[in-house]
Ligand binder design. Structure first.
Ligand code: ARG
Length: 269
């Protein structure tokens, strides 16, 4: 837990370095907004008027999950709500498969995808990303008695991943499609590991920890598979919204809100 918190801190610092002069308010904003901060809400056009519509896949704790009573919670949900508030919008969360959540933002069906999304070169070709707000690690989950001890041992094994994720992309690039089984979500992949249908699961470290905690007999390998940055995705060319999001993120980082949200879901020991 400590490690992740430290990583989050370092990416929060990266954010403050990266966030420079992106003002949403240049000419679109009238005089009433002059005294307020950079992320001025006035002229933002969104998919649903008055709302900030976020597509996500709420099966990825602690970033996004569904409570027993059917509400959404998690780091991304809280950060998105804080951004929406700064922009004078109401947050609307649309839950769907992960690949669909990416597509929704790409195609302008949602304003943004926030789902622990890793920034990759391929994705940058089809969508724009905000400043990074967290760091992710692709981890390997195996059974406690597994002979797999490092990423190299994954060759010739069957690896479970969530469809459309970087875990799937890296593993199929490295070991071939035949060695990777895509599942609807991370938990289903972990259940397949429990049942012996796959030999390992490659998934982001934060959900990996939660899944392993809830499933005795599994462990996370010490060697990570990959390190990556999480950011918010928007339709390519939607600079108005992107600038507004970055402005809000910068403020949330500066006033400690971002860290407080991370601490709420990832206990600092
Ligand atoms: N970070 C990985 C990716 O971007 C996995 C994200 C999965 N997120 C989710 N909410 N299921 O591909």
């Amino acid at each position: 837990m400590k490690k992740i918190t430290a990583l989050m801190l370092s990416s929060a610092m990266m954010l403050s370095l990266a966030a420079c002069g992106g003002s949403a308010s240049t000419d679109a904003v009238s005089s009433e907004a002059v005294s307020t901060a950079e992320a001025a809400p006035a002229a933002l056009t969104t998919v649903n008027a008055g709302k900030l519509t976020m597509s996500t896949n709420a099966a990825f704790p602690p970033y996004e999950m569904t409570t027993d009573s059917g509400e959404f919670e998690g780091i991304d949900i809280d950060v998105a709500a804080a951004i929406a508030e700064k922009l004078g919008l109401e947050l609307q969360v649309d839950d769907m498969d992960f690949d669909a959540a990416l597509l929704a933002a790409q195609n302008g069906k949602s304003d943004m995808v926030m789902a622990g999304v890793t920034v990759t070169d391929e994705r940058l070709k089809v969508m724009d990303f905000s400043d990074t707000y967290a760091e992710g690690i692709q981890s390997i989950i195996v059974k406690e008695d597994s002979t797999i001890a490092s990423p190299d041992d994954l060759a010739d094994k069957m690896i479970g991943t969530q469809r459309g994720t970087t875990g799937y992309i890296y593993c199929s690039d490295d070991f071939g499609d035949d060695h990777v089984t895509p599942y609807d979500d991370g938990l289903t992949a972990v259940q397949a590991l429990n049942n012996g249908q796959v030999d390992a699961v490659v998934i982001d470290n934060a959900p990996a920890k939660e899944f392993v905690e809830a499933n005795p007999g599994l462990k996370i390998l010490d060697t990570a598979y990959a390190q990556e940055d999480y950011a918010i995705g928007v339709a390519k060319g939607n600079t108005q919204l992107l600038d507004a999001i970055n402005g809000a993120l910068e403020e949330l980082e500066a006033d400690g809100t971002l860290q407080a949200i991370v601490d709420k879901y990832i206990n600092a020991e």
